[in-house]
Design a protein around this ligand. Sequence first.
Ligand code: TYM
Length: 334
Amino acid sequence: MSKDRVLSGIQPTNGSFHLGNYLGAVKQWVELQNTHDAFYCVVDLHALTSSPDPKELHQNTLTSVAQLIALGLDPDRCTLFVQSHVPAHNQLAWVMECLTGFGEASRMTQFKDKSQKVGNERIGVGVFTYPMLMAADILLYQANQVPVGEDQRQHIELTRDLAQRFNSTYGQTFTIPEGYILKAGAKIYDLQDPTSKMSKSADSLSGLIEILETPEVNTKKIKSAVTDTGREIKFDEKEKPGISNLLTIYSALSGSKVADIEKEFEGKGYGDFKGAVAEVVTNYLAPIRKQTLELLDDRSHLEKILKAGAQKAEVVADKTLADVYNKVGLIPRG
Ligand code: TYM
């Protein structure tokens, strides 16, 4: 029997990914490459929606690839590629846009949030059509599952709707994908504001743990994380969001169960606990940071991996695109 397929993507927006990206998504990508036919892409076209500096985008895309490998992706066990290297993503995105209602796209929370922040005059049309490009990313590969964090749930719902709409209009074409969203780790919160998700676009970076940051800076950020009233180390998202977030992080990186960690810290204070979290996080990230920097020293090796990845991805993507173009009535070039 053939394996189920997974696809996911990550934006190369900053030099470094953050702990939310890792625990919400990439950690699952690493596991799924052992059991699934896995396709993972660095979505550089999506990153254009935030108008990055060209040199930075170029460098951040390579840093993203190096980081994904250092975090555990193995190009021999998964297809790792850059979105813009496979033109079918843009080509299918147009078909998806023609299938999407204006109101439907306007209801996407990420678009609503961003347009409220900068206003309708200044928000790019790319932010509006972003979810249709994401739907194309997924549907081109006939993915069964899409490992992502909680914040992508609505985009996956839209992808499912579009796939169903296309199939019922033009005949069976797309696999209907499901989100693969874990309970623990699907939403890692900002250390300074533990009711908001950890994000690069937060007003302050003091609550953000970056994978490539030095151990000193990350230790300082964790030790100054906002905690809650009381003294107990107990998982209670409502009453103790700060401590619960640190417990989630500690548990995911150490492999210990939350209940066992609570026991271990019985009678101890927040200071002891934060020190232990800082140690687990920095010990976990140190070799990843080192390997990323080493991989970045050998650019031609990274480029070779990306070339092979794009070639493998293209075979699958082009087949789906040809089927879609044929079904909607476009004539082949011949
Ligand atoms: P992006 O680049 O913002 O984030 C990459 C992945 O990290 C997850 N994530 C989080 N998980 C837990 N807690 C957090 N605080 C946190 N912050 C981010 C995201 O859910 C995501 O899984 N639109 C996507 C990229 C994309 C994509 C795709 C994903 C483009 N095409 C096709 C899947 C399939 C995005 O902006 O992710």
